[in-house]
Ligand binder design. Structure first.
Ligand SMILES: CC(C)(COP(=O)(O)OP(=O)(O)OC[C@H]1O[C@@H](n2cnc3c(N)ncnc32)[C@H](O)[C@@H]1OP(=O)(O)O)[C@@H](O)C(=O)NCCC(=O)NCCS
Length: 197
């Protein structure tokens, strides 16, 4: 389970996890650490594609353009790459999209299939909840507050992910039937959420 710590001067610190270190995807270190490319390779993996709404293959150029022209300019989006403390290998990432008007955050989680089934996905979700409960990390209310709610959409067929969300305290808000057209057929989507405060 992640634990929270305060910085020396009381500034918010990232929650800690026993096995994973979390690194903010930011211009100053992303290229050096290879995190942008890790996200691309992971996102392009067929097993990951299967769990997501769209199974597009992302080229290196498209990924670099997305990072420089979209992600880095978007104050409302933050990605944290999870690194295995033992091996220093990237294993997955968490994506937050902040909605300041409605005070909520959409979350997304991905673990590279090479590291699947070892509890890392559960760790990612638990860490993200601690992150969102920490005032000031993904700021609302003049940089101090937290979001009211975290929510996500997930393919109804993605039983593995849904099991993790229930286990970590998300509640089912509803099912959107035939919401996504993927691989020649319509698929349902579940909407899940958790009140943060
Ligand atoms: C979903 C995902 C994050 C899970 O990561 P992970 O590291 O494999 O997850 P964990 O090892 O923590 O947990 C997997 C759980 O699912 C269970 N599980 C595995 N296959 C399952 C299945 N077909 N149906 C139901 N549960 C299943 C496991 O038993 C385990 O539960 P337990 O810990 O209670 O035993 C990862 O598979 C992934 O990134 N998938 C592709 C992207 C994706 O689908 N993201 C979510 C989008 S909403």
């Amino acid at each position: 389970m992640p634990t929270q710590k305060k910085g020396k001067k009381g500034e918010p610190r990232l929650p800690k996890d026993k096995e994973l270190h979390f690194r903010y995807l930011i211009k100053s270190n992303a290229a050096m650490m290879g995190d942008v490319e890790f996200i691309r390779i992971t996102r392009n993996h067929p097993e990951v594609n299967a769990g997501l709404f769209r199974d597009v293959l992302i080229s290196r150029i498209d990924q670099e353009q997305w990072f420089s022209n979209v992600y880095c300019d978007n104050q409302n989006q933050q990605i944290y790459v999870a690194v295995d403390k033992k091996t220093q290998q990237q294993i997955g990432y968490v994506q937050f999209t902040r909605n300041l008007i409605d005070r909520n955050v959409e979350a997304g989680y991905v673990v590279h299939p090479n590291y699947g089934g070892r509890g890392f996905g559960t760790r990612l979700v638990r860490w993200s909840i601690e992150f969102l409960k920490t005032p000031g990390l993904l700021p609302f209310d003049e940089l101090k507050g937290t979001a009211h709610k975290v929510w996500l959409l997930c393919l109804a067929s993605n039983k593995k992910a849904i099991k993790i969300y229930y286990k970590c305290g998300f509640k089912l808000d509803g099912v959107l039937p035939d919401h996504i057209f993927k691989n020649g057929k319509y698929e349902g989507v579940v909407n899940m959420s958790m009140i943060i405060q």
